[in-house]
Design a binder for this molecule. Structure first.
Ligand code: COA
Length: 172
């Protein structure tokens, strides 16, 4: 079994995805394709198995969108001399991250987070990104991100500086 990340397309069997969080499964089923292809509000990336039989059912997915964080929300992220930074601060948002229940706890969520950071590092060659923001669906998800170097911005959002992330993630 060899896993790879690819952009969501019409061949992926989204109906069978089950992360244990119905709102995240439902979004993948009903809204992911339109958000990505029609409205371009989020790029949707899926983790698949190259085994032909299993390949079409995503094992996990995440979304990336451009974003911005106003100074009032920057909090403890650690931007020294905040007044010298643009308001809002340029950012990217990992809006959703979900791993199939059958595959949770095996490092795939961490792997996808790293994959997302790598994509943003590549993006940064063309457009500046200061903060990588994540949306945490609950406290357990917030703990997952805190353990990987993220700091709370608001109730549901956490963030880390792009320049700090690559090093922090390599420890996991
Ligand atoms: C949170 C989630 C993405 C983590 O992915 P994962 O592949 O299970 O995570 P990993 O194996 O890489 O790492 C396990 C870590 O996740 C934490 N975790 C959070 N929720 C978990 C869950 N339901 N099952 C297993 N581990 C979970 C573990 O405590 C562990 O933390 P630690 O390494 O800091 O001690 C995944 O469990 C999931 O999809 N949960 C349901 C949806 C969700 O909560 N998404 C969060 C963002 S909106």
């Amino acid at each position: 079994m060899s896993l790879f990340v690819t952009r969501l397309d019409a061949d992926h069997e989204r109906d069978r995805f089950d992360s244990g969080r119905p709102e995240l499964d439902e979004w993948l089923r009903r809204h992911a394709r339109t958000n990505d292809r029609r409205y371009s509000t989020a790029r949707v990336w899926v983790l698949c198995d190259d085994d032909i039989a299993a390949g079409a059912v995503p094992i996990a997915y995440y979304t990336l969108s451009t974003h911005a964080v106003v100074h009032a929300d920057v909090g403890q992220v650690g931007l020294p001399q905040l007044r010298q930074w643009p308001d809002p601060v340029p950012a990217v948002l990992l809006g959703r991250l979900a791993v199939a229940k059958s595959h949770q706890g095996r490092g795939l969520g961490t792997r996808l987070l790293r994959d997302a950071v790598e994509k943003v590092l590549a993006m940064q060659r063309h457009g500046a990104v200061v903060l990588f923001v994540v949306h945490a669906i609950d406290e357990q998800a917030a703990d997952f991100y805190s353990a990987r170097g993220f700091t709370r911005l608001t109730d549901v959002r956490l963030a880390a500086r792009m320049k700090d992330l690559a090093a922090n993630l390599s420890g996991h």
